[in-house]
Design a protein around this ligand. Structure first.
Ligand SMILES: [Zn+2]
Ligand SMILES: [Zn+2]
Length: 147
């Protein structure tokens, strides 16, 4: 088993508490995404999404409060319509096999650490990266900018 993973069941919720979910078996990919859409979606310097296989993600309550935003590139983001919490991201090419969820909405320790910075080509100029994680210009399988 990869060291950057967690097998126990984790619970998460939105800011107002209406939407609750559970995940288990977090995958090792925990990217800090600096793309413009993630910055807008989170209202922050970058997003951090945890990843689980889709069968390891389930909504526990408040699904009627979920609002979907489908971006021009086909990616789907869900948020709580009551409080605006960013909750999930699904890439247009994911075929539904993996769910990415906003790690900041977990109510328990995640058991994982961020493992890369991605889409640093669109990083906010008011934020500097002060860690040694790999930095990728776009996707993590693309051009790497540091050693
Ligand atoms: Zn909410
Ligand atoms: Zn992004």
């Amino acid at each position: 088993m990869h060291s950057n993973s967690s097998t126990s069941i984790q619970h998460g919720s939105c800011l107002c508490g209406a939407v609750k979910y559970q995940v288990c078996d977090l995958l090792p990919n925990v990217g800090h995404c600096h793309c413009k859409m993630c910055r807008k979606f989170h209202g922050a310097a970058f997003s951090t999404f945890g990843e689980v296989a889709s069968q390891n993600f389930s909504w526990l309550s408040g699904e009627t409060n979920l609002q979907k935003y489908v971006a021009h590139n086909g990616s789907v983001r869900q948020f709580c319509r009551r409080c605006g919490s960013s909750l999930t991201f699904q890439a247009s090419d994911s075929h539904g096999s993996v769910v990415e969820f906003s790690l900041g909405t977990l109510d328990s320790h995640s058991g994982v650490k961020g493992d890369a910075h991605i889409f640093t080509e669109s990083k906010a100029d008011w934020f500097d990266i002060h860690d040694d994680l790999p930095q990728y210009k776009t996707h993590r399988d693309g051009e790497k900018l540091n050693d």
